[in-house]
Ligand binder design. Structure first.
Ligand code: BGN
Length: 381
């Protein structure tokens, strides 16, 4: 009797175990089916969330692989498909082997993270190490690409330079965060005139245009003096329908334009606009007049200068002594009367220089050049 009972109990236990195993198999099968159809990866976007550059190294440089694939000059192999080919129409096979990345939207016209008016001062100690620490997401050569949206333009910022290391630190300290908030896809190029011959700002800007284009496919060029810091991040550093003058209200001019045709300090032209005026003049040696010549080129070629609101285009200039070997150019008065006759011969089409070095630093690319010296003055008499 007792043995019959215990056999019955054993039978029931075995039956329960079998049912549990069967249930487990069923659950397992269901999970397998769900995973097979990739429901999670598509509907809840679990995988792309891990892969969209929000991991441990996410802040260093452009990570979104949609974006990088579509760009020339990236570290990704060029045989990979472009962004369009990877959009959700891709075959289901591709989804199973590789997680589905979310397409990044175009950047909004007005970037959402701007703060407006900025406090700009030059009394605190500034070191390159500090600026580097503040900007971990700027990549080698001073480049940055937003990771959460796709900017329309790629902007090269060109700075003519000689012996102004102190100013450069402040410029980088203020500008990198501003440009990042503005969602600009940019690279910084310092064009350093070698030697101690007379400075030539406009020729250095032509060199910057040429060298930046050797580095990447820029569509917009912003030419900035190293001592000018915008006081408002709504002054967006990209190109416009017409050549842009950004530095319209500097502290040294009482926060207004010194004269209607002023185009100095910080300006920006698209590639098309720049080529339309044959770039900038190469023959202005020493201080003054080259910006007026550029203004003349713009108007003579049927374009107009565009400017921000005077409350937004405010700038602080870092105070400094007049540079050596950049004395006012006595020929500038005559030269700016002649733009119409000189602009087709003298410009990007006639540019010559000797490239000495291109060095990529964490926060900028340094391009050192020999650009020659002014032609000997004709002897009077
Ligand atoms: C102007 C200079 C500009 C300079 C501005 C502001 C000339 C040409 C002869 C009139 N132009 O007078 O180059 O940017 O002052 O400093 O000197």
């Amino acid at each position: 009797m007792a043995s019959t009972m215990s056999r019955l109990m054993l039978g029931r236990t075995l039956e329960r175990i079998c049912k549990a195993v069967l249930l487990l198999c069923l659950v397992h099968f269901l999970i397998m089916m769900i995973l097979y159809f990739d429901v999670y990866s598509q509907r809840f976007d679990i995988f792309s969330r891990f892969n969209n550059g929000r991991g441990a190294n996410a802040s260093r440089g452009p990570h979104h692989y949609y974006y990088n694939y579509s760009r020339p000059n990236t570290t990704f192999p060029s045989y990979l498909p472009g962004a369009d080919q990877l959009l959700p129409t891709a075959k289901p096979e591709a989804n199973r082997t590789r997680p589905t990345p979310k397409p990044i939207p175009p950047c909004p016209e007005v970037p959402p993270g701007l703060v407006g008016r900025l406090l700009i001062e030059f009394s605190s100690q500034m070191t390159m190490e500090r600026v580097q620490r503040e900007n971990p997401n700027v990549t080698e050569g001073g480049k940055y690409t937003p990771t959460d949206c796709r900017p329309k333009q790629k902007v090269a910022i060109i700075i003519p330079f000689r012996h102004r290391d102190h100013h450069l630190k402040y410029w980088l300290h203020y500008l990198h965060p501003i440009l990042r908030r503005q969602k600009i896809d940019y690279g910084i190029y310092i064009i350093n005139q070698l030697g101690e011959d007379t400075f030539n700002r406009a020729k250095l800007l032509n060199v910057g245009y040429t060298e930046a284009l050797k580095d990447a496919e820029y569509d917009c060029f912003i030419f900035s003096d190293v001592d000018l810091i915008p006081m408002d991040d709504r002054n967006l550093y990209h190109c416009y329908d017409q050549p842009r003058h950004f530095a319209i209200a500097m502290d040294k001019f009482g926060f207004r334009l010194p004269y209607a045709g002023y185009f100095g300090g910080v300006s920006g032209l698209s590639k098309k606009q720049f080529l339309k005026i044959n770039g900038f003049p190469n023959e202005y040696w020493g201080w003054g007049g080259e910006d007026d010549d550029i203004y003349n080129r713009i108007t003579l070629n049927g374009m107009k200068v565009s400017r921000p609101d005077v409350r937004i285009g405010r700038y602080r200039m870092i105070k400094h002594e007049r540079d050596k070997h950049n004395e006012p150019n006595p020929q500038r008065f005559n030269k700016i009367q002649n733009t119409k006759n000189t602009m087709r011969k003298d410009g990007i089409s006639s540019l010559t220089y000797r490239l000495a070095s291109v060095k990529k630093y964490p926060l900028y690319t340094n391009i050192s050049v020999e650009i020659g010296k002014p032609p000997p003055r004709p002897i009077k008499g």
